[in-house]
Design a protein around this ligand. Structure first.
Ligand code: DX5
Ligand code: ZN
Length: 218
C-alpha cells in the first residue's frame, strides 16, 4: 500500500485565520491540506474558490493543496485552480461526462488528478482506464456538502474493492473520519486520510494526526 498521507480539511478551521491554520497543521505533521470547494450547485453550500486558495498558497509557501471540487462543472475551474496554486484537482465522477479529457486537462496544468465518488456511486463506475489515468481515487464516506457528519460504514467496501483493483494507487477517504473510524478505513486500504472536525476540534491536533498516520502505516 502507498504511504500514509494526512490531509486535514480546512472546512473545520477558522476561515478568518486560514493561512495560520494551515501552517499549524503542517507544523503538526500534516502532509497535505484538504480544500473543500463548493459551488452551491453540485452541493447546496458555498465555501471558497480560487481567490482564497491563491492567498493560502502565497501565505504558506510549499503547501500541497488537495482541492476537492464539489462543483457542477469541474471542467470550468481547472485553469483558475491551477493559477491559484492547486496541487491536486479532485473532481466528482458524477459531475462530468468525459473524465478522461478532464484528467488530461488537469495534468496539462501540472496538477495531480483525483476522481471522487459520492456514497451512492458504486466503485465499478470508475473504469480501469479512468483509474489508471488518475493519480488518486476519493471514496466519500459522507454525502458531500458539509463537515461534521456521521461516517457511513456502508461506503467502506468500496475502498476495499478499489484497493484490490489498484494496489499502488492513492485512495482517499473523506467524511466523518477520525480516531474512532480510522481502523476500518486503514483495514480497507485507504492511505490518504481527510479529517476536519476530528483534527481541528481536538485539543491536541498533532496527536490526532500522528495517531491517524500510525494506524494507516501499521
Ligand atoms: C464534506 C467535505 C469534507 C468534510 C470533512 O463535504 O468534503 O472534506 O469537510 O469534514 P469532517 O471530517 O468533519 O467530516
Ligand atoms: Zn472534502
Amino acid at each position: 500500500m502507498p504511504r500514509a498521507i494526512i490531509s486535514p480539511s480546512v472546512l473545520a478551521s477558522d476561515f478568518g485565520q486560514l493561512t495560520a491554520e494551515c501552517k499549524r497543521m503542517i507544523k503538526g505533521g500534516a502532509e497535505w491540506l484538504h480544500m473543500d470547494v463548493m459551488d452551491g450547485h453540485f452541493v447546496p453550500n458555498i465555501t471558497m474558490g480560487a481567490p482564497v486558495l491563491s492567498c493560502v498558497s502565497k501565505g504558506v509557501p510549499g503547501i500541497f493543496m488537495d482541492c476537492h471540487m464539489m462543483v457542477a462543472q469541474p471542467e470550468k475551474w481547472v485553469n483558475d485552480i491551477a493559477d491559484a496554486g492547486g496541487s491536486l484537482y479532485c473532481f466528482h465522477l458524477e459531475a462530468t461526462n468525459d473524465p478522461l479529457s478532464l484528467i488530461d486537462a488537469i495534468h496539462k496544468r501540472n496538477m495531480k488528478a483525483g476522481v471522487a465518488i459520492s456514497p451512492d456511486t458504486p466503485s465499478t463506475e470508475i473504469s480501469d482506464e479512468v483509474a489508471t489515468a488518475a493519480d488518486m481515487l476519493l471514496v466519500m464516506t459522507v454525502y458531500p456538502g458539509r463537515g461534521g457528519q456521521k461516517f457511513l460504514d456502508r461506503c467502506v467496501p468500496k475502498v476495499s474493492e478499489l484497493r484490490a483493483r489498484f494496489p499502488d494507487k492513492d485512495i482517499e477517504v473523506d467524511g466523518g473520519v477520525g480516531p474512532k473510524t480510522i481502523d476500518v478505513c486503514a483495514d480497507a486500504g485507504s492511505n490518504v486520510i481527510v479529517a476536519g472536525t476530528a483534527i481541528f476540534g481536538a485539543d491536541n491536533p498533532e496527536a490526532v494526526i500522528a495517531q491517524l498516520k500510525s494506524t494507516v502505516n501499521t
